[in-house]
Design a protein around this ligand. Structure first.
Ligand SMILES: Nc1ncnc2c1ncn2[C@@H]1O[C@H](COP(=O)(O)OP(=O)(O)OP(=O)(O)O)[C@@H](O)[C@H]1O
Length: 233
């Protein structure tokens, strides 16, 4: 079964003369375990696409099915619960809570899911160790580098064992060396944990890390290439 199944999805913003069609009857299937990169110029529709896949916005037309569930069948409360249980998010601005330590930030999704505090702390510490930050657990976000903050955000996105992680331009605020190490970390977690990743970038240097490259142009997927090893699998 596909983890992501978009069929003839259309999304527009604005009205009348100001109407902009951001996605044109776009279809996309992503299988479990893929490490897919959506790339393309500014305004090509990357954020719109990730917002639809993340159930953060609804399509005007077409169907969005995530892990077998059709978004159209979920009300807002059910959608929020489904999203919390199934999808982890990484944002370009890191979106950490500034007054909470790295550890407390990573514990947050577990608290929301009702995991007891002691178990949540142990799981968050293991996840921080997984991203190489066990020594930074007590630090506040502004005591860490951009790359370290994004590692905390990745730990937070993965701590609840989501099936799917979405990252919209996760390296936009990082230098090129740090960007490669952050994407390399995501790729390692994808391989070790089998979590499906879909991330967006406009940085062509990061394409080599992806198992699949989806090029967007004016709201359409214009190329879709998989690595040879993935095709054989
Ligand atoms: N809230 C909005 N209101 C009006 N138009 C929007 C809105 N959000 C996006 N658009 C338009 O939809 C199109 C796709 O935008 P989107 O943000 O998805 O592209 P993107 O590839 O993510 O761009 P970037 O790389 O600059 O973030 C663009 O033409 C954009 O101007």
């Amino acid at each position: 079964m596909n983890i992501v199944e978009l069929t003839h999805v259309e999304k527009a913003y604005g009205k009348d003369q100001g109407r902009v069609v951001a996605l044109h009857k776009l279809s996309l299937h992503v299988q479990p375990g893929e490490f897919a990169c959506v790339w393309g110029a500014s305004g090509s529709g990357k954020s719109t696409l990730l917002n639809l896949v993340g159930l953060l916005d609804r399509a005007d037309l077409g169907t969005v099915r995530i892990d077998g569930t059709d978004y159209a069948t979920l009300g807002e409360t059910a959608a929020a619960q489904f999203r919390n249980a199934t999808i982890g998010f990484v944002f370009q601005g890191f979106n950490l809570v500034p007054v909470l330590s790295a550890l407390e930030n990573v514990m947050l999704p577990l608290q929301i899911a009702g995991v007891p505090a002691a178990e949540g702390k142990a799981r968050a510490l293991r996840m921080l160790a997984d991203v190489g930050l066990e020594q930074q657990a007590r630090k506040l976000p502004d005591e860490m580098s951009g790359g370290q903050r994004q590692r905390v955000a990745i730990a937070r996105a993965l701590v609840n064992d989501p099936k799917l992680v979405l990252a919209d331009e996760p390296t936009a605020n990082l230098d090129s060396v740090t960007s490669e190490s952050v994407i390399g970390l995501m790729r390692r977690l994808n391989e070790e944990k089998g979590v499906t990743f879909v991330f967006s970038t406009h940085d062509a240097r990061l394409l080599g890390y992806a198992s699949r490259r989806l090029e967007l142009s004016d709201g359409r997927i214009v190329t879709d290439t998989r690595n040879a090893s993935e095709r054989a699998a």
